[in-house]
Design a protein around this ligand. Structure first.
Ligand code: MN
Length: 732
């Protein structure tokens, strides 16, 4: 069997005009489907800011911050702004060459770049002389469930090119092997280098492609076929994948290609040396360790070492709260790749058939493999399988239509009907997938005001979900964000939000100053390294590894962090104040209060979890003369203030009612009930929300500051108070 073969039936040359036309049609289809979201929401004023719809992914604000600072040409030291990230460079670059606002660019770029997937898919079809297969695959793949989700309008993330690059790689390798023309080697190398620049973790997929080509070279060798071209291909691949600096890799590829192009005989003569050099470069540049480490992390679940520094503190791990990381069901898996399980099974069968007829399509295996990792490692991987499975179903449709009739027109009708059937669940999904923007206009207005109040060096403390948007809109620093939210960094913020104001204020001041202290240490180490000054390396290592909370404990002379936490309410050593701190509390933080509490609800010394707080909230309740029915078995008696929790009766300590008056000022009325009661009932009139909480939650900083506006003047002062978001400034 020859791997690269053509059947007679397939020898229908396609004109370049036809290819371009099909690409344009598929591209327009892909973008148009994504525009449904825009038409759905364009009339919603609350979803707009600066006259543009706002993006719908938290991470998008990360790249937005980098792009904003790139355009401004400056940013603050240690503000974590990713000005050198590829996605920020792309957005800022497009802003420079087009008249559009950064908001418009961030909104539409995912739809436009994500839709570029149709190009390699159509060209892959062309490479096996089955343009219609490529075209159908382009229609299906470009809007397939999970691919749509991650490249929809407003989803500004590296995903917008993460599938396009490896699909181009698959196409260039197919063409290279088929034509044995040098130019496709160059295309392949450029694609790999660009892919790595765009997405630093792309090496595992690139390496999988390399492995596949290597197997093919061995196959050729064993079959005594000419394997020289494949060896050249492997050499270029290895250099492109290696961990050398991008400039060196570009230089090496240019030099080697020039030699290959003009002095092929020399290149072939010394082929084996080039190959060996590429292997040595590959291993010496350290990229293999990264690949190996990644494989290991897939195989073993990478349980993190809880022991940080010499205090051996135990932190709550964020993985425990993120659903995405878990495994998914086969139904979800199939739906996300092909729109339905049925379509997925057909796609899979179609792909096997495709490979049997056109073995070169085995080049899709690395993408399929990575996509199938979703079954064990979470749904974010499914998108990798999308383009290849789309080729599978497209091939099946094309073959079936050929079986049904010999007439061209009949074939087209059958293929069209089947394609529409496969597309429908995916189009349906796109219509129904109405993710709102991350923030509403009213929430953003608060951050926009805060930008003119707070200094760029000031900290705005909030839960990590709000980190990136806060930094983008208010241009300040944050303690935690979408990329910095391990148990150890979340602890102080969690502690501050869920504990009384005095200890919260001290904890926030300490955490900010210790965070800055660590930045200063990192800088000192770097400066010493640059200038060749000697430092105590062992001490530096210990200091770098030490968490802020451990530093606080040790610097105050404690050996037990719990003792330090207890001492917080009395007299402890503070670091000098270097900047202002604001605490940002949106109303929807209420819904995640129990989750926030988890991160400080752990005994840092032994890792045991404290009892969960009593925390109940509802906006669906009913009332009669005697009772208020809160649902979930909770019923409040109006006459004696007894709360029935299932079969138990609990005494209510107080009943609190909050309400905005005509001037928009919050009025709080408290009715004391049983002195020895343990729970408080709060009715937030304007939110139409009942809360039933224990005493610890009632006296937490979030409840006092957000729900009751009962701030301790020694520690906090109000900065911006709106029903949706409240911002206070720390006074210590
Ligand atoms: Mn900044």
């Amino acid at each position: 069997m020859k791997i690269i073969k053509e059947t007679n039936q397939d020898k229908v040359p396609t004109s370049i005009n036809k290819i371009i036309l099909l690409i344009v049609i598929a591209f327009v289809f892909s973008v148009a489907t994504r525009m449904v979201w825009v038409y759905e929401f364009k009339g919603v004023e609350q979803f707009k800011f600066n006259n543009e719809l706002m993006i719908n992914t938290n991470d998008g604000y990360y790249y937005a911050e980098g792009a904003r600072d790139r355009i401004a040409g400056t940013h603050q030291e240690n503000d974590l702004s990713p000005i050198d990230s590829s996605a920020s460079i792309l957005a800022a670059g497009v802003a420079k060459i087009t008249p559009f606002s950064i908001e418009t660019i961030l909104l539409y770029l995912p739809a436009i770049f994500g839709s570029l997937l149709v190009i390699p898919l159509i060209l892959i079809g062309h490479s096996i002389n089955r343009i219609e297969v490529g075209f159908i695959a382009a229609l299906v793949g470009s809007i397939a469930h999970s691919y749509y989700n991650r490249t929809m309008v407003g989803y500004y993330d590296t995903d917008l090119l993460n599938i396009v690059f490896p699909t181009i790689l698959m196409w260039s390798l197919a063409w290279a092997l088929k034509t044995k023309e040098d130019k496709y080697i160059l295309l392949m190398a450029v694609d790999i280098i660009a892919y790595r620049w765009w997405y630093a973790q792309s090496y595992s997929l690139e390496f999988a492609f390399f492995g596949l080509i290597l197997i093919y070279a061995i196959y050729e060798y064993v079959k005594k076929e000419d394997y020289k071209f494949t060896m050249i291909l492997l050499t270029f691949m290895m250099f492109s994948i290696s961990g050398l600096d991008i400039l060196y890799r570009i230089l090496i590829i240019i030099l080697m290609f020039t030699l290959l192009h003009y002095k092929k005989e020399i290149f072939q003569k010394y082929m084996i040396y080039f190959f060996l050099a590429s292997v040595i470069t590959f291993f010496a540049s350290g990229i293999f360790d990264l690949i190996w480490g990644r494989l290991e992390s897939y195989v073993f679940d990478g349980a993190s070492n809880l022991n940080k520094g010499e205090l051996n503190l135990h932190f709550y791990t964020v993985v425990q709260t993120i659903r995405e990381a878990g495994s998914i069901s086969f139904v979800t898996f199939g739906e996300r790749i092909s729109g339905s399980v049925f379509a997925f099974l057909l796609s899979f069968g179609g792909y096997i058939w495709l490979c049997k007829k056109h073995p070169i399509m085995l080049l899709g295996l690395p993408l399929v493999g990575l996509g199938f990792l979703a079954l064990s490692s979470g749904l974010r991987f499914t998108i990798y399988a999308v383009p290849v499975m789309a080729l599978g179903i497209a091939f099946l449709i094309s073959e079936l239509s050929r079986k049904v009739s010999k007439q061209r027109i009949m074939q087209t009708i059958v293929a069209s009907v089947l394609t529409v059937l496969v597309l429908l669940p995916n189009i349906n999904h796109a219509m129904e997938y109405k993710v709102p923007p991350v923030f509403t206009k009213d929430e953003v207005i608060v951050l926009d005001q805060l930008r003119s109040i707070a200094n760029r060096e000031d900290y705005v403390v909030s839960w990590w979900d709000y980190g990136y948007p806060i930094r983008y809109y208010a241009d300040v620093k944050t303690l935690i964000d979408g990329g910095k939210h391990t148990g150890e960094v979340n602890f102080p913020t969690s502690f501050a939000l869920t504990n009384p104001q005095d200890v919260a204020a001290k904890m926030l001041r300490l955490d900010v100053e210790y965070t800055e202290k660590k930045f200063a240490l990192e800088k000192a180490i770097k400066d010493a390294k640059d200038s060749g000054k000697a430092r105590n390396k062992t001490q530096d290592e210990i200091d770098l590894k030490r968490t802020n909370i451990a530093s606080m404990t040790i610097d105050n002379g404690f050996k037990d962090t719990n003792d330090f936490l207890t001492a917080l309410s009395s007299d402890i050593k503070m670091l000098p104040k270097t900047r202002d701190i604001y605490i940002h509390m949106p109303s929807n933080m209420m819904g995640i209060y129990p989750t926030i509490k988890l991160f400080s609800g752990i005994n840092l010394m032994d890792g045991s979890m404290n009892a969960n707080p009593f925390f109940f909230t509802t906006s669906t309740f009913s009332e009669n003369n005697e009772f208020i029915e809160l649902g979930d078995g909770l019923r409040l008696s109006k006459s004696d203030g007894i709360l029935k929790v299932g079969e138990n009766s609990v005494k209510i300590k107080r009943f609190v009612k909050t309400e905005y008056d005509i001037e928009g000022k919050l009025k709080v009325s408290t009715q004391d009930m049983a002195f020895d009661g343990s729970l408080s009932v709060i009715y937030m009139t304007n939110y139409k929300q009942f809360l039933v909480v224990d005493e610890a939650t009632f006296s937490s900083t979030y409840f006092k500051l957000f729900v009751l506006e009962d701030y301790d003047k020694k520690f906090f002062e109000p900065t911006i108070l709106t029903p949706l978001v409240k911002v206070y400034k720390l006074k210590i």
